[in-house]
Every structure is written in C-alpha cells, then in structure tokens.
Design a protein around this ligand. Structure first.
Ligand SMILES: [Zn+2]
Length: 447
C-alpha cells in the first residue's frame, strides 16, 4: 500500500515537473521577445546615457536568464532540477520564480506558526506580538510572556489621490508612498490591531498616468468586527497622511459621503466630516474568505476560522494575496506584447528603489520568509522532493542546457539536441549537481 502511494506521489511530482519546465520554456521565450522589442524601442527613441545603460542591462539579463538550466536523467525520464536566474526585477522568469518561492515559504511558515506570542517588557510599558522563532530572543532580553494569540489574515490595498500631475507633483512616488505607510504603522491604534505583515508596491498605468498602490498581507488581532474597526483606523490615518495640497477637491458631495460609508457600515457622517477631501478616501481592506457550499450546493463566502486553517481554500486565498506583491502587470499589454515605454519609464525608478516589498511587525526577523534568502537551499529542497529511485542508487546523469532546447510530449520532457546543446555535469547526486550549477559558473552551451 505504501509503495503504491509513493509511486503515485512520484508520478504527481513528475507531472508537476513537466508543467514547471513548460512554464520556464514559455517565460524564456517571453523574455527573448521582450528583449527584442526593447531593442527596437530603444533604437527608435532618444534616451539619456543612464537609462540606456539600464535598458542594456535589462536586455542582457532577459537574454541570459535561465540559459543555464540543470536537468537530470535517470535512464527513463528527464527532470528539471534548477536554473540560474538573473535576479532582475522586471524579468518574467525571476518574478515567476520569486512568486513560487515565497508561496512555498509561506506554506511552510503557516504550518509552523498557527499562533503568535504576546510579550510585555519588564516594566509593563509595552507589548508586542512575536513569532515562535523570535520568542526566545525576547524572553532572554527580559520580556515576559503573556500568552498565545490566534490572528486573522487580511488583504489591504492602498492608493493615493491622483491629479494630472501624479501625486504631490510627482509622476512616480514609490519612496513617498512607502514613507507614509511607514508613518501609519507607527500609530498606536494601527499597532493595536495589526501584529505585522508584508507589503509590496504595484504599479498600474492608465490614461491619467502611473498609479502606485500598496498591497499588504496583514496579521490582524482576532476580535469581533475587527475588519470594520481596522478599516476605520486605516481610513482616518491614510486619508490624513496622503493629503495633496494641489488636489482641488472641496467638500464631499453627498454621493462621495455615501461612497465612503459604503466601505464600512460602522462609519457615521460625523466620522466622514473628520476626513480631508484632499487625501485618499477609499481604501480596500478584505478579510480573507474561503468559499463553502451548503448541503443544497449553494456556494457562500465564509470567514477564515480555526477549522479552515491550512485548508486548500485558505492557502489559495492567502497565496493569491502574496502574489500581488510580485506581479509587475503594468508591462504586459497582452501575453506577447509589451508596453516598452512603460518599462523604460519605470526602469530608473526600480533601480533607485531597492525595496519594493518589505516585512514589518511580527514578521521582522523571519528570515525564512525573505524573498532572497536561501535560494540554493530552496532549490535543494525542491530537488529533494523530486528525488526518485535514481538518486538513492546514484544512477542519475546531470546536464545543463537552455530550456528552449527542451520540449514536452506525452507529459515527458524531451531534448531537441543532445550532442551539441548540452554540457554534462559530473555530479553523483542532485544536491552536488545544484551546487556545481551555482558555484562553477558553467559556460552556457551554444545552441
Ligand atoms: Zn531572470
């Protein structure tokens, strides 16, 4: 019985591996297409030397990314093991890879962290929520433990009031919007409700120009009406923190008041009167729901509760929120058409703003959730998941090739050119092969 389960698991893993290779091949092609379009675009416009060098760097990254991809062959099937990414923020392969890795990290993390610990400092002046991995550090510093708490997960989306000149006279305002978000997170009532989380910046473009939004995954105090209570706190502070003097909106019209109140049934007209018409007035804060069905098959939205923890629905909903942080959708007009003007516009901004996603509060110091942490180990973990009989008996061969040298038939990965398109890696097991891929800077095979 156990053997049957093991072999089904292996089959599923292999199917997943073939899908992963298809995706990598597809994104590699997309990267090449984008590089070619960028090349045409940069030749058709006047760019300053700095932007041009950034554009050259991006094209180089797009072309090289994934070019060295490690595969294994166990005598019957080829498996994708790992690849060398370029690490560029605007790379299709690397964004997909980041998204995938961070999802896997969160999956593991939620598994290990069903609750947080509330600690108080010696004099009882302050309290903080910490994770299991941070708990001992603070106890050793003399903090006292008050108990464990469960938390709710919410998705917050914040934008700023936009005029024809952008916000506060700037077309791009990555740094400014982050600064205001940092201010808000210091407010007492925010700290009461939010234990911590992770956020990212998303850029969209319309006729009015570029819009930069904050997407955040929040770990929120578990209490009745917590969504509405937190919504009120965020609306109040975000409104005041985002006031743009150049915004000419005067008093709220009755429709605007109604629109603001629609977002939260506990808001009164008196509360709305405390808001500044020149600041943001609509914020999106959602509880993460799961869909459930009643006995007669009616599907309804259901709040996440303890029973849903770790269910597929829960994980799907949380991971979708996290994915927002890694979707640079502004650049794609369609699947194979790109907005080169937007890419070139945004390139110096991305270059100047290293931190487009950050953790805060209880997630600070959670190294296992760092986007760039343990790339090699993560890959090894994945390779270990895929470890088949070949590994146990040391019978696998390893080679490096460009994923575009592969294709898939009958749910198998196959090679186009075996002799000229591949470089053999003389490793005896998967982990050694991955290490060699990363360490020895293999020359890319010529295709
Ligand atoms: Zn890349």
């Amino acid at each position: 019985m156990e053997k049957v389960t093991q072999s089904t698991e292996r089959e599923n893993n292999y199917r997943y591996n073939v899908v992963r290779n298809k995706k990598l091949t597809y994104l590699k092609r997309k990267n090449m297409l984008l590089a070619a379009e960028l090349m045409r675009y940069t030749h058709s416009v006047q760019l300053d030397a700095h932007t041009l060098s950034l554009a050259d760097g991006l094209m180089k990254s797009l072309r090289s990314c994934g070019g060295s991809t490690l595969y294994s062959y166990d005598g019957s099937k080829i498996e994708l093991v790992s690849f060398l990414g370029c690490g560029h923020r605007l790379c299709n392969i690397c964004n997909w890879d980041r998204q995938k890795k961070i999802r896997r990290k969160y999956l593991k993390w939620f598994d290990a962290n069903p609750c947080l610990y509330i600690l108080a400092d010696e004099e009882g002046r302050g309290e903080k929520a910490v994770t299991a991995s941070q708990r001992m550090k603070w106890l050793n510093k003399g903090w006292q433990e008050l108990g464990e708490v469960r938390y709710n997960i919410m998705h917050l989306m914040l934008s700023v009031p936009h005029t024809v000149n952008g916000w506060r006279g700037r077309r791009f305002y990555f740094r400014e919007i982050t600064k205001q978000f940092n201010f808000m997170r210091k407010k007492k009532d925010w700290l009461y409700w939010v234990y911590g989380g992770q956020f990212g910046l998303e850029t969209t473009k319309n006729a009015n120009g570029y819009h930069i939004h904050i997407h955040a995954l929040l770990f929120v105090r578990n209490a009745k009406q917590n969504r509405n209570q937190l919504h009120r706190v965020v609306l109040y502070w975000w409104n005041h923190l985002t006031v743009d003097e150049a915004n000419e909106r005067g008093n709220f019209s009755p429709e605007e008041v109604a629109a603001i109140r629609k977002g939260n049934c506990t808001l009164s007209d008196e509360f709305v009167a405390t808001l500044d018409p020149r600041g943001a007035t609509i914020i999106h804060l959602q509880n993460i729901f799961v869909c459930k069905a009643t006995e007669d098959g009616t599907v309804y939205k259901h709040h996440i509760d303890v029973d849903d923890w770790k269910t597929e629905d829960f994980i799907g909903a949380v991971l979708e929120t996290i994915s927002y942080l890694f979707k640079p959708k502004v650049f794609a007009v369609t699947d194979n058409m790109f907005d080169c003007e937007a890419i070139i516009d945004i390139l110096p901004q991305v270059y100047n703003n290293r931190s487009l996603y950050s953790k805060f509060g209880c997630l600070l110091g959670e190294r296992t959730l760092n986007v760039h942490d343990n790339t090699l180990l993560e890959d090894l973990a994945e390779a270990a998941d895929l470890k088949g009989e070949g590994d146990e008996y040391g019978g696998k061969e390893f080679f490096i090739t460009n994923p575009s040298n592969t294709y898939s038939t009958d749910s198998m990965i196959r090679l186009k050119k075996r002799n000229t398109g591949t470089v053999t890696v003389p490793a005896s097991c998967t982990s050694e092969a991955v290490r060699m891929l990363y360490e020895s800077n293999y020359q890319k095979p010529t295709l």
